[in-house]
Design a protein around this ligand. Structure first.
Ligand code: PXG
Length: 479
């Protein structure tokens, strides 16, 4: 098969779903190494080929229309098919498709975007974010964080402050530093990770880590206390930073108790440890705020962002650098020997500006905070009455639930049954993208989703839960 015959000319894009699925799958399997994919499996089953998208829907090469309740991969906040974003890219490509920002050079969209982001980042407790470092992804941004944090302590004459504390089941990316900061044991097992001077504490996951009879509030404080214990174990003078997602996304939408973040703030303040808020998923309206630290009321020194800044239309990431770090780097640092070819890429920045403008014009952040977010919370909570479901909860426009064998005792299924994957299979067959993380089912819908579309999504979710329940009953796994 000649690959060129598979590429639809622009006029045929609308009919892309009629392409030859089998031929694409064969070439895919022969040439394309996918992220986080078992290629033996892929060769036998073939990939799902996604050909186009509009609003909250995607279409595959068989012509199936699927409601994308994951916003691509937590990123298409403004929804698919936004002409403004394509126009911004086109205009910028025709004006200045690339120039680097090394060697005392800059470009207008990067300056405008940095200024815009500084204005959107809420000032809490007198701390502000006037500076931005750009990269092309969340992973690169977290690598930047590691370098920046170490540079900061070196400049302050405390080079022994090297250790960064993170959490088990955190996700911070896939580069050497990102995967090390992350707390995914499967990733650590491949490639001798974590790299030195990165260590992990337990996650604030109530269902798994709370003591019998412990309240959520007490658990939140106790879970934060694990950070203090770790700092004392290592020695505060050796700890550079604590990194955490406001709520864990890829780990399964683990929403910390309300008492968690205030106690974390007390601890980092007490020991002078830098706080990095990894908001690759949680920023840009996902939790009903431009930045999620505002939602939980803490004061980070560095904020990682990516994904939603461009609604995923083009790669862009970065680090919001708070005054505490920026002042030292800028006033005492001289040259910071760090940067990427695409730091401040003009096209990516132009698309981000158009995306943020669109989000402001359509009040997507306010909608999620005051209208569609609370409505999703109300509708999603109804799932708690379903026989298979425990702990169905939302935060802004992310939601998670856990599939349990026994609702009263929260007894889990044998992991070998793969109940989450059974449910996920029903979702695909019923035209819904919903993720399974173990037996946790999670969603993160586009922020443009309307109340009527929330109803449509909830009907699909319920149908898939019912189908999973039927399967488990038939297999004799439930009473
Ligand atoms: N930090 C967080 C909190 C993330 O969620 C990254 C960093 C890395 O970003 P890049 O752009 O380098 O991928 C992420 C990415 C999943 C999944 O399975 C989640 C992510 C990426 C891929 C899969 O939920 N998040």
């Amino acid at each position: 098969m000649n690959p060129s015959t598979l590429i639809a000319p622009p006029a045929l894009v609308r009919r892309a779903e009629q392409q030859d699925t089998k031929a694409i799958q064969a070439l895919d399997s022969a040439h394309f190494i996918h992220p986080f994919t078992d290629h033996g499996d892929l060769a036998t089953r073939g990939s799902r080929v996604i050909t186009r998208a509009d609003n909250i829907y995607i279409w595959d090469s068989e012509g199936n229309k699927i409601l994308d309740a994951m916003s691509g991969l937590w990123c298409v906040n403004a929804g698919y098919g936004r002409k403004e974003l394509a126009d911004a890219a086109y205009q910028q490509m025709m004006t200045l498709p690339f120039y680097n920002s090394f060697f005392q050079t800059t470009n207008v969209p990067a300056v405008q975007l940095a200024t815009k982001l500084a204005s959107l980042a809420p000032k809490i407790g007198g701390r502000s974010f006037e500076h931005v470092f750009f990269s092309s992804s969340g992973s690169e941004s977290n690598d930047t964080n590691v370098r920046m944090v170490r540079r900061y302590w070196d400049l302050l004459g405390q080079p022994q402050r090297k250790v960064i504390i993170s959490r088990h089941n955190a996700y911070h990316g896939s580069t050497m530093a990102g995967a090390s900061l992350g707390g995914m044991s499967g990733m650590h097992a491949q490639g001798d990770l974590p790299i030195p001077n990165i260590t992990h504490i337990e996650q604030p996951y109530f269902l798994e880590n709370a003591l019998p009879g412990e309240s959520r509030a007490d658990f939140g404080r106790r879970a934060a206390g694990w950070l203090e214990a770790k700092i004392l174990e290592i020695g505060a003078d050796k700890v550079a930073a604590f990194i955490a997602e406001p709520l864990q996304g890829a780990g399964g939408v683990i929403i910390p108790p309300e008492t968690y973040w205030p106690e974390i703030q007390r601890i980092v303040d007490q020991y002078g440890v830098l706080l990095i808020s990894d908001e690759v998923i949680c920023a840009f309206g996902r939790l009903g705020h431009w930045f999620a630290y505002e939602k939980f009321g803490y004061r980070p020194d560095l904020v990682t962002f990516a994904k939603g800044v461009t609604s995923g239309y083009i790669p862009l990431g970065g680090v919001m650098v708070g005054d505490r770090v920026a002042k030292v780097l800028i006033e005492q640092g001289g040259e910071f020997n760090h940067g990427y070819t695409y730091s401040g890429h003009p096209v990516a920045c132009a698309v981000a500006l158009a995306n943020l403008e669109l989000m402001e014009r359509e009040n997507l952040v306010g909608r999620v905070r005051d209208d569609t977010g609370p409505y999703l919370a109300e509708r999603f909570a109804e799932l708690n009455h379903h026989p298979l479901v425990a702990e169905a909860e939302t935060c802004g426009f992310v939601a998670g639930l856990v599939l349990v064998k026994n609702k009263a005792t929260k007894e889990m299924f044998d992991p070998d049954l793969g109940v989450g994957m059974i449910c996920r299979g029903h979702c695909f067959r019923n035209g819904l993208i919903m993720r399974a993380v173990g037996d946790r089912m999670i969603i993160s819908p586009p922020l443009v989703m309307t109340r009527a579309q929330i109803d449509e999504m909830m009907a699909l979710i319920r149908r898939c839960l019912d189908a999973t329940l039927d399967d488990l009953r038939t297999a004799g796994q439930l009473a």
